[in-house]
Design a protein around this ligand. Structure first.
Ligand code: SAM
Ligand code: SF4
Length: 334
């Protein structure tokens, strides 16, 4: 191993210091772009990592160099022992954060503060209550919006994830940006990505280019400020001059950002994935339960990571449906 290289450094020199842990495959919403209408086949309960196993695996990663952990799901906060897991992971020397649909976030405010959580991502795909019900197949728009405002008022940094789907919510891009006039949140427009059962096709995607065209048709160039992005950022960030909040674009499909990728994903059933778009997984839970070291599995998984999007380096390769025969997003965690 080269000097400064740890087991978390891949063959392209990328250091994986950001672990995303999915706490559960279950959710209180049913977003159409995330899971199929008929639901998903859940892993048997015995195959889901326990609280202790999550901590043991997380600690192994932190000892190897992970500095940031994001809890996701499914909906991470509906897991019965979510509070216990958050408290335990907060004892590690990391930046701890979460991605949540926001429905029950109000019940966790004090815990987040106690655990040093300062920033959260909350998903919201439409500002129209009816459309929100259509996309999430559940009616919680008011609650989610109130909870976003509550988080802001309580001093949290809030990023709002909005998956854009052509003909559905691409007419709300400017409305979302206008929310940032008085509310200091970052709206993050995410290009719709293909996963098992979500009926993806390229025609439904709203690209980075199209989003920026809409922004430029509404605001003058001198009022659209390009903000600086950090090296590992997946976003291209902007602000409308004078607005309190910002907006950003996550263009995994039309402009992948694999060069600076520092992410590794752990699914609720104890598998690690070295790329969001890879259907390959490495089992950590079985060796852990057998009392074996999981270090060799982690190292091998990192070493086998490909340079760009699991080998799908062009849009043409990406479009081939068999090239993204992957789990549903609900069981990966985003
Ligand atoms: N339940 C939580 C939530 O909705 O924020 C966390 C899990 S969710 C799988 C994590 C993120 O993945 C959400 O922001 C969601 O919008 C995003 N996501 C799910 N399916 C997607 C897709 N097909 N394309 C792009 N983003 C997707
Ligand atoms: Fe649940 Fe989040 Fe998937 Fe929606 S995006 S179904 S809230 S896991």
């Amino acid at each position: 191993m080269k000097k400064n290289h740890t087991i978390l450094t891949d063959t392209f020199g990328r250091k994986h210091n950001y672990l995303r842990i999915s706490l559960t495959e279950r959710c209180n919403l049913r977003c159409t772009y995330c899971m199929p209408a008929e639901g998903i086949r859940l892993s048997p309960k015995a195959h889901i990592m326990t609280y202790e196993e999550i901590y043991t695996i997380a600690k192994e990663f932190v000892d190897a160099g992970v500095t940031k952990i994001r809890l996701t799901g499914g909906e991470p906060l509906i897991r019965k022992d979510a509070a216990q897991i958050i408290e335990k992971l907060a004892s590690l020397p990391i930046q701890l954060t979460l991605t949540t649909n926001g429905v029950i976030v109000d019940k966790f405010i004090e815990l987040f503060k106690k655990c040093g959580i300062t920033s959260l991502n909350v998903s919201l795909d439409s500002l129209d209550a009816k459309k929100n019900t259509t996309i999430t197949r559940r009616s919680y728009f008011e609650k989610i919006y109130q909870n976003i405002v509550l988080l802001v008022n309580e001093g949290f940094i809030v990023k709002v994830n909005c998956v854009l789907i052509k003909g559905f919510n691409d007419n709300e891009i400017i409305d979302f940006i206008n929310v940032t006039k008085d509310l200091p949140v970052q709206i993050r427009f995410i290009e719709f990505m293909p996963f098992d059962g979500n009926r993806w096709n390229l025609d439904k995607l709203v690209s980075l280019k199209e989003i920026l065209e809409q922004v430029h048709s509404k605001f003058t160039s001198e009022n659209i400020l390009k903000l600086e992005d950090a090296p590992n950022d997946t976003t291209k960030s902007y602000q409308i001059k004078g607005y309190q909040g910002t907006f950003a674009i996550i263009s995994s499909v039309t402009n992948p950002f694999c060069d600076g990728c520092n992410r590794i994903r752990l699914t609720a059933n104890g598998q690690i994935k070295n790329c969001l778009f890879s259907s390959k997984e490495s089992d950590l839970l079985t060796p852990l339960r057998a009392g074996q070291s999981i270090t060799p599995v982690i190292q091998k998984t990192i070493q086998s990571k490909q340079k760009i999007r699991n080998g799908m380096d062009t849009l043409d390769k990406f479009k081939q449906s068999d090239a993204h025969n992957n789990r549903s997003m609900i069981t990966i965690g985003g």
